[in-house]
Design a binder for this molecule. Structure first.
Ligand code: NAD
Length: 301
């Protein structure tokens, strides 16, 4: 049965996720601020409209995949009087799923406001990168009511292969922030290790292959190698384009540090990593893929 879905945010992740829903036979209307992304969605069979409010009123499900907390708060809550935005426009019972990575507090704020309007809402951030989004193999980390997750599951299964219920509203974001702090740290560690091998005359592919079969094995080494030319079809081998932006990783590490301050947890490596990505961004690399941190640790590739 075809479901009427509105998908807002057709960026590196949102576009392939929305395209998978289209391929599964659903009527998906896509929105983005960038006209070229909307056009690309339409070229692949997605529906487009210039009336977002009307599309939301007609939707059974609204999914968002936006950059950061402020975009999500703006999209759902609208103007200060709450007269605009998804919560004002959706029919009661419409299922709302935010897949963006944002702060736990922002997710809970929107979740509470949705509940007040009778709108079931999940925070459902993802892991797996653009390849996972394209192949429909994302991991979803979900916060919210179990009944809302039951309703969302058939659609999440089209976009992902692993779906975890982390707890109530906001808990999906908390897990995601823990994961991405580790990811940011691992990418720097992997880059350092490969750089050390190269500085000592080794071939980066040999260093990577050996470590991938040794105790230094990790996802950034095996699936997302940061050294240009070591792996095919990764951002490092296409000028660090596409993928997961430095500024998005910087945002996530900022969320991790904020969360640590609020909870009293100690995150010394998370804080150091945030500062290194901040320096990298300030040096002009904010729009590159986050594996370009490899460049900060040596001469430009
Ligand atoms: P992106 O910057 O490529 O895409 C975000 C899109 O949202 C852009 O196309 C932008 O134009 C659009 N947008 C912003 N405000 C909008 C609005 N009000 N209405 C409509 N469209 C709007 O980012 P991305 O890489 O797709 O990441 C999206 C989210 O997913 C982020 O929170 C990111 O942290 C998270 N994430 C990204 C990856 C990855 O590998 N790229 C992996 C996991 C999670």
């Amino acid at each position: 049965m075809s479901t009427n879905i509105v998908f807002i945010g057709l960026g590196n992740m949102g576009l392939p996720m929305a395209q998978n829903l289209v391929r599964a036979g659903h009527a998906v209307t896509g929105f983005d601020l960038v006209p070229a992304s909307v056009q690309q969605f339409a070229d692949g069979g997605g529906l487009v409209s210039d009336d977002q409010a009307a599309a939301i009123r007609a939707a059974d499900i609204v999914i968002t995949m936006l950059p950061a907390s402020r975009h999500v708060l703006g999209a759902y809550l609208g103007n200060p009087l709450g007269e605009t935005g998804i919560l004002a426009q959706a029919r009661p019972g419409t299922l709302l799923i935010d897949c963006s990575t944002i702060s736990t507090e922002a997710a809970r704020q929107v979740g509470r406001a949705a509940q007040d309007k009778g709108l079931p809402m999940l925070d459902a951030p993802v892991s797996g990168g653009t390849a996972g989004a394209t192949n429909g193999t994302l991991t979803f980390m979900v916060g919210g009511e179990a009944s809302a997750l039951d309703a969302a599951r058939p659609y999440l299964e089209i976009m992902g292969k692993a779906i975890f219920h982390a707890g109530g509203s906001g808990c999906g974001q908390t897990v995601k922030i823990c994961n991405n702090m580790l990811l940011g740290i691992l990418m720097i560690g992997t880059s350092e290790a490969i750089r050390l091998g190269v500085a000592n005359g080794l071939d980066p592919k040999v260093v990577s292959d050996v470590m991938a079969k040794s105790s230094g094995r990790n996802w950034t080494l095996e699936v997302y190698n940061p050294c240009p030319g070591v792996a095919e079809n990764v951002p490092a081998s296409r000028g660090y384009t596409g993928g997961f932006g430095v500024d998005l990783m910087l945002k996530d590490l900022g969320l991790a540090v904020e969360s640590a301050l609020a909870s009293g947890a100690s995150v010394p490596l998370g804080a150091l990593s945030r500062n290194l990505y901040s320096l990298h961004s300030k040096a002009g690399s904010g729009a590159l893929d986050f594996s370009s941190i490899y460049q900060l640790l040596g001469e430009k590739a």
